[in-house]
Design a protein around this ligand. Structure first.
Ligand code: SF4
Ligand code: FE
Length: 483
């Protein structure tokens, strides 16, 4: 079953015995929960795309490890073209869902773990790479969604893991047995976890020797004994319980984040890919972050295509589409978005092979890409809100619109251009609201800021990759300055 259909995927998640808490209660069947279902639909789109013959090149690849056609989300990048196809696929999925489709975290994790385990083995004589390859083949053969978990709660940001008042604030090994390890701790802001079969856990930062027990990387099934999730709230999330589709803005798709807690979970040796090799923690973090910062050049541009489209539609429905300032604002939105896309493509085309043979993005360009993503979507949202008008936050509810007495009044007074049904105008306004203020803003705005690392994390990487000495040498040569 190297390629599941979307429906098979949904049923496979239904079979998992996930422990998901929301509003203080254990969720019975997350798959059917109205608040969670849109996020499942977004992941399902990654399966549907791979089934579509017109997207075969972009959404699938042939695995050199299984010899079969697999979903690109499980691919180990074999060339710069694979990296380019990855961001192309992400842009298409952003365009189709206008949301976070969650599956990229695992794709970025497997590529980072693939190369890091290879180099760890070379330095330490361990056999992590072989273990990982076996696990990877299992996931590829079964077309699983793999989540990637990196961000620890971190407690006091001024202290290293081993110096925290509570050692669990960074996930760590609490016991070593002959057949495996026992881990305790949590990962915060975990995108897509309730819709995943498996999770790969990685350290969150470069560790030192004193933090050895926190330098741990492993995988486990999402329904392993001792693992549970507490759902994060999203603005306007309970609108999904009201039964309609208009007020949610994006009727079918969405994203999700949760706190994942490992309460003394046993991990067998075969699923451990780092245990104490603190000197390779930095490499793993840097590579995962690099891939995920590239990803944002794909997904966020696709999502913004929808937001730009919505702003343009709002202008049409308002009758303002010919105003020169509206046209100029739309041009500015496109300019900003395509600049992000250019960065996503550039870091992909400049990718180079690692010692393990898979391709890594150009880290400097990937960090530039994500740094821009922390800024441009905010401006794109500002312009969308400007074009849409105040109605995007003041329109009455769907219940008023459907009410026999109030409905005709809402219909009459919220109509823009006479030939456009008020309902269509309301739909577009709610969609823009969703993206800039509602559940969609988690994936588009806040995630643009903090997902794949907050802005300062990129600036640190940019300073490391910038090579100012090489730039100084250029000038010295031109000026005939000899040291
Ligand atoms: Fe993928 Fe973008 Fe969601 Fe990250 S934020 S998982 S890159 S869609
Ligand atoms: Fe993300």
């Amino acid at each position: 079953m190297a390629l599941m259909t979307g429906d098979e995927y949904v049923e496979s998640i239904r079979k998992l015995k996930l422990k998901v808490y929301m509003f203080g209660e254990l969720v019975d069947t997350p798959v059917d929960n109205p608040i969670l279902r849109p996020s499942l639909n977004s992941v399902k789109a990654t399966y549907d795309l791979a089934q579509d013959p017109q997207y075969q090149d972009v959404a699938t690849a042939i695995s050199p490890y299984t010899g079969e056609r697999i979903n690109r989300f499980l691919n180990i990048h074999q060339s710069p073209q694979d990296l380019v196809n990855k961001v192309r696929m992400q842009r298409i999925l952003g365009q189709q869902t206008a949301s976070c489709f969650q599956r990229c975290v695992g794709m970025d994790a497997i590529n980072a773990v693939f190369s890091t385990t290879f180099e760890t083995d070379q330095a330490h004589g361990t056999n992590y790479h072989e273990r990982f390859l076996k696990y990877l083949k299992y996931c590829q053969e079964n077309d699983l969604v793999m989540d990637g978990a990196m961000t620890d709660p971190k407690g006091d940001r001024g202290l290293s893991p081993s110096k925290q008042a509570d050692p669990d604030l960074f996930l760590h090994v609490v016991e070593r047995r002959p057949d495996g390890i026992v881990v305790r701790g949590a990962k915060a802001h975990q995108t897509g976890c309730v819709n995943s079969h498996e999770v790969i856990v990685m350290p969150t930062q470069t560790m030192t020797e004193a933090d050895k027990d926190w330098a741990v990387c492993f995988s486990c099934p999402m329904d392993v004994e001792g693992l549970y999730m507490i759902m994060g709230r999203q603005s306007c999330d309970t609108r999904k319980l009201e039964g309609g589709t208009l007020d949610v803005g994006n009727p079918d798709f969405g994203g999700m984040e949760a706190l994942m807690v490992w309460d003394d979970v046993f991990i067998p040796n075969e699923n451990v890919y780092m245990d104490g090799e603190w000197d390779f923690s930095g490499m793993l973090v840097e590579r995962f972050a690099g891939y995920h910062r590239q990803s944002y050049g794909g997904c966020k541009t696709g999502v913004a295509d929808c937001l730009i489209g919505a702003a343009a539609l709002a202008a049409d429905y308002n009758g303002a589409q010919k105003a020169s300032h509206v046209k100029d604002k739309l041009i500015e939105m496109v300019h900003l978005n395509e600049t992000l896309w250019a960065c996503g493509l550039a870091c992909s085309y400049e990718g180079k092979p690692t010692a393990a043979g898979n391709y890594l993005v150009d880290l400097l360009l990937a960090n530039i890409c994500k740094q821009n993503v922390t800024r441009f979507p905010y401006e794109i949202c500002r312009l969308a809100a400007d074009i849409a008008g105040g109605m995007l936050v003041t329109a009455p509810s769907e219940k008023d619109f459907r009410d026999p007495k109030l409905g005709p009044i809402v219909d009459k007074y919220f109509r823009g251009v006479a030939s456009v049904p008020t309902e269509n105008r309301l739909k577009v306004m709610r969609f823009v609201e969703n993206m800039v203020h509602g559940t969609g803003s988690v994936a588009y705005m806040t995630e643009s800021m903090h997902g794949a690392g907050s802005p300062q994390a990129q600036r640190i990487m940019i300073s490391r990759q910038a090579d100012l000495n090489a730039k100084k040498a250029l000038v010295k040569k031109i000026l005939h300055i000899a040291d």
